[in-house]
Design a protein around this ligand. Structure first.
Ligand code: DC
Length: 214
């Protein structure tokens, strides 16, 4: 299976670009941030406890599922569809706290490998903060997608509900997250794609060109 691993900060266009790349290549698409968000939602709803549990206990108690189809995106915990709920500001504000717990990261590492190894796809685009360095250092294609902070704030403000503080959602969260994983500098062997001056389609094309070469 051709694994295309894409890292990058909030607002870099990581999710929408990854999904478009997957569609064009007829690969699967895995948004790893969705699992951190769904876990946070479950903790806030009182349905899951993570601070005192091991990664194995989290795996037993958290019935997470996600679509790998880039044309049909959904996220579920048990029978509840959380596709919309995981994007709420309350989840976005709390997610970094749980994402910094070692047992949660260990569980996510296992979950990501498990979701991919049990699928029968020709390839998959998998995106998230530590994907090129920690979760899939062996991926055939590894990309760090960046953009200037100014452009990232602009792109995020177009996506967020009115009244949400952009600086809170993007800059602060990146600062907290980067204490856990440094997703701003490409590790050796990771291609850097800077989308500051590129429009959406050109960014997708640049990534597809790298995948074709690897
Ligand atoms: O990409 P996102 O905004 O949906 O990610 C939500 C949070 O999960 C973000 O604060 C960082 C964390 N995360 C992570 O630490 N590692 C990943 N592979 C994906 C997300």
């Amino acid at each position: 299976m051709h694994i295309v691993a894409i890292d990058g900060p909030a607002g870099s266009g990581k999710s929408s670009v990854s999904r478009a790349v997957a569609k064009q290549l007829r690969f699967g698409y895995l948004d790893t941030g969705a699992a951190y968000r769904a876990l946070t939602w479950a903790v806030l709803a009182g349905e899951l406890e993570v601070s005192t549990q091991s990664s194995e206990e989290i795996a037993e108690n958290f019935a997470y599922s996600i679509s790998l189809d880039p044309e049909d995106y959904w996220v579920r915990v048990g029978n509840s569809d959380l596709t919309y709920e995981i994007r709420l500001a309350s989840v976005g504000q709390a997610v970094s706290e749980f994402a910094s717990l070692p047992q949660v990261r260990q569980y996510m590492h296992w979950l990501t490998h498990n979701l991919i190894s049990t699928s029968s796809l020709p390839g998959i685009v998998v995106e998230g903060r530590d994907i090129t360095t920690v979760v899939f250092p062996e991926a055939k294609t590894r990309i760090l997608l960046t953009a200037s902070e100014e452009v990232r704030l602009e792109r995020r403000s177009a996506e967020l509900p009115e009244g949400t503080s952009i600086a809170d959602q993007v800059t602060k969260r990146d600062q907290i997250d980067s204490r856990v994983v440094d997703f701003r500098v490409p590790a050796p062997g990771v291609h850097l794609v800077d989308s500051t001056e590129l429009d959406f389609d050109s960014t997708v094309e640049a990534i597809i060109a790298l995948v074709a070469k690897d």
